[in-house]
Each structure stands twice: as C-alpha cells, then as structure tokens.
Design a protein around this ligand. Structure first.
Ligand SMILES: Nc1ncnc2c1ncn2[C@@H]1O[C@H](COP(=O)(O)OP(=O)(O)O)[C@@H](O)[C@H]1O
Ligand SMILES: [Mg+2]
Length: 373
C-alpha cells in the first residue's frame, strides 16, 4: 500500500548558522499564505563561526542540538543557508541553445566567471531571463551559483552531527530576497524590461550580505566581511575594554544623530564616554558604507538601472541612527525590512519576542519559505 504524502515534511524548516546566533523557523504552507509554526534562536560562542563559515564543527553541532531542544522542534529536515566569500553568484549572458546543452556549456565556461578553481566548486544555475538583442539573436540570462565543496561539506557535517538532515542548501542572499521582497515574478515573462532596482542589506554580527534585485529577481549578491562585530571590536580596541563591555556601549550609545543634540538619548552614566564611542562608530560605519558603495558601483557599471531604495535587516541595523547615516551617504531612501509581514503567526509563539528579533529573522524565514515554494 502506498501512503501518499509519507515522507513529505509537514513543515519546511529554515536554519541560519549566523556568526553570533543560530536561528530556526518552521513554516507551513496554508491556502492563505505561509504560517510560522515555530521559531527561535540561540547564542553561539564567539569564534565558532567566522566570516560566515564554520570554524568549530563540534561547537556548532552541539549548539544546534541545544537550539532544537530549546525550541522543541521534532522535524529534523532543514533548509540550511550559506553566505560567505566561498559562495559566488554571477549573472551571465549566454547565447540561446537547447536547455539540455546549457548545463554543459555553463560547466565549460564557468571558470571565466568564478574566482574559485572550478574542480573545487558545486555549480548550480537558473535561467532568469530570455531576450532578443538588436541583431535578432536570442539570449539567455543565467544566474550562476558556485559554492566551494569543502565549505558546503563542513556545513553538512555539522548539521548531521546534530542529528539533522540537510534537505537543501540555499544561499542566504536568496533567502533574504524571499523574505523581504514580494513574491518573485515568473523567471521568464513577456513583461517590459524591469525599471527598478532595489538593494537589500543584511548586517549581522560577522558578515553583511548585499543583494540587488531587479523586479524582485536577484541580479547581484556579495558578502562584505564587515559587520556588527567589527563595530564592537573597534570600541574594544580603542578603549581597552572587553568585548562584552564594548558591545554594551555600542548598543546603548550608538551613532550620534545627524542633527540636533548628540547626547539627547544617552543615559547619564554613559555621558562621559558617549562622544568617543560615537566617533569610533562613525569612523567604522563610514568605512562600512564605503564597502556598500563599492558593491553598488560594481552593479551599476553593468546595469542600466539605478538603485532606487535600500531595505536593511540584520541585528546590526538596530544600531542607533544607522539608517540616517546610510541615507545621507548613499542619497537614496533607506527603510527597515519586515520579514514577518508575509506570515501568519502561531498563537503559541510570543509575538512580542518575534517582533523584537524581526530584523535578525530575515534569513531563517526566507530559508523556511524556500521549502514551501
Ligand atoms: N541595539 C543594537 N544596536 C547595535 N547593534 C546591535 C543591536 N542589537 C544587536 N546588535 C548587533 O547585531 C549583531 C547580531 O545580529 P544577528 O542578526 O543576530 O547576527 P548573526 O545572524 O550574524 O549572528 C551583533 O553584532 C550585535 O551587536
Ligand atoms: Mg543573521
């Protein structure tokens, strides 16, 4: 006898292995949209994950088991996100050919686009557009993804050692887009060419993801090795204090407002250190924005489109006055992302706790959504 649906997960579970925390989201498809059945996070010891890569497999797998215990999840199958310098995403133009030939053509040409030795990567691709150039030649626009095999292997090992089964590995950039942007349009449409580019920035503890989408299709993704930990580290080094003390000052003082009294929101016991901390943060954030600009310039050198707005997520987006600095330096509209918006939320979950953590949930929610697409 065949039991239809047997082996088919009731939930799709998204797992983000972040640098300071791991986050999980169990998502269920319903006729009225995605339902968030379970969600939670756990802090991970510093150094176990660095630059978006697993450094200490044992600590990571132990922490994952703890997360499952804490959240009370039974489901073992997970969609895991990866985002680091060893995952490369490129948009490439290819001449029109049989789709069956495209795969080997890409395999053959990939080394021209990918800065990692091709024998060390796992390749994947998706046709994101078909169009005709002026000469009448038909073309494919293809999104090429290459991920270093050893790096992926480490993720699989850590996840399996925690008793979990990686059902799919997804790129964090795609998860962010899925969580923040409205449903993607079909890959190939008869619609007129896109007219708007939107940038997404997820600023975590160890890394920042920059994603640029045209008509909600990802056209650019890059990881910047600067994020919240670097802001904390700068305060720690300048003041000769511990990481925890520096983290506390970063959160409670933040950047100075761009207009008005710079000490307006500062608790009185921090007033003597406010100016120096604000100045350190301003220096670091300026450096950070320089990196973001470089990514934007790179994108705009290849696209006729201008980036019209920026949507920011990740825990570090909570840095006081951060959005104002971005807006001023980039000269575009900058807003927070709201990844919970497209979900119905289980009454079992604390809405208040979720809202508090919303900016950091973009990646795990987007990973959960992948499994129910
Ligand atoms: N209120 C705040 N102000 C400034 N930074 C914050 C604040 N809250 C959290 N952060 C920073 O956010 C980062 C953690 O964000 P998170 O999205 O959880 O990162 P990850 O997923 O990489 O672990 C840390 O660097 C932390 O210092
Ligand atoms: Mg994160």
């Amino acid at each position: 006898m065949i039991f239809f649906g047997l082996g088919k997960p009731k939930f799709s579970v998204g797992l983000e292995i972040g640098s300071s925390s791991f986050r999980v989201a169990a998502v269920q498809p319903t006729p009225s949209g995605p339902f968030l059945a379970n969600c939670g996070f756990i802090k991970v010891p510093r150094g176990a994950v660095a630059g978006g890569e697993i450094v200490d497999t044992e600590v990571v797998s132990y922490t994952l088991s703890e997360l499952w215990r804490k959240v009370g999840l039974k489901e073992k199958r997970v969609v895991v996100g990866v985002g680091n310098q060893k995952v490369v995403i490129r948009v490439v133009e290819m001449p029109y050919m049989e789709k069956s030939e495209l795969k080997s053509a890409l395999q053959f040409q990939a080394q021209d686009f990918i800065p990692i030795p091709i024998e060390e990567v796992i390749l994947d691709y998706e046709i994101i557009d078909e169009y005709t150039v002026e000469s009448g030649e038909k073309m494919f626009q293809v999104l090429l993804v290459a991920a270093e095999r050893n790096m992926i292997q480490k993720v699989v090992e850590a996840v399996e050692a925690a008793g979990l089964q990686p059902e799919a590995i997804d790129v964090s950039a795609f998860a962010i887009a899925r969580a923040i942007l409205p449903r993607r349009l079909p890959a190939v449409t008869e619609e007129p060419r896109p007219i708007e580019a939107v940038a997404l920035l997820n600023v975590g503890a160890g890394i920042t993801s920059v994603v640029i989408a045209e008509n909600n299709v990802v056209k650019f993704a890059r990881v910047i090795g600067l994020a919240g930990d670097d802001f904390t580290q700068a305060i720690m080094d300048s003041l000769g204090i511990t990481f925890e003390e520096a983290e506390d000052l970063k959160i409670r003082i933040g950047l100075s407002p761009l207009v008005g009294d710079r000490f307006i929101d500062i608790p009185s016991e921090l007033l003597d250190r406010a100016e120096v901390v604000q100045d350190i943060l301003e220096r670091e954030v300026t450096r950070f924005i320089g990196e973001v600009k470089r990514s934007f310039d790179y994108f705009m050198a290849q696209s006729p489109l201008e980036i019209k707005k920026l949507i920011v997520t990740g825990g570090s987006a909570k840095l006081k006055n951060f959005l104002a600095y971005l807006e001023k330096a980039l000269g575009i509209e900058v807003t927070y992302g709201h990844p919970l918006e497209q979900f119905q939320i289980s009454p079992q979950l604390s809405l208040e706790a979720l809202k508090e953590d919303e900016l950091s949930l973009a990646i795990c929610l987007g990973l959960g959504l992948r499994g129910i697409e």
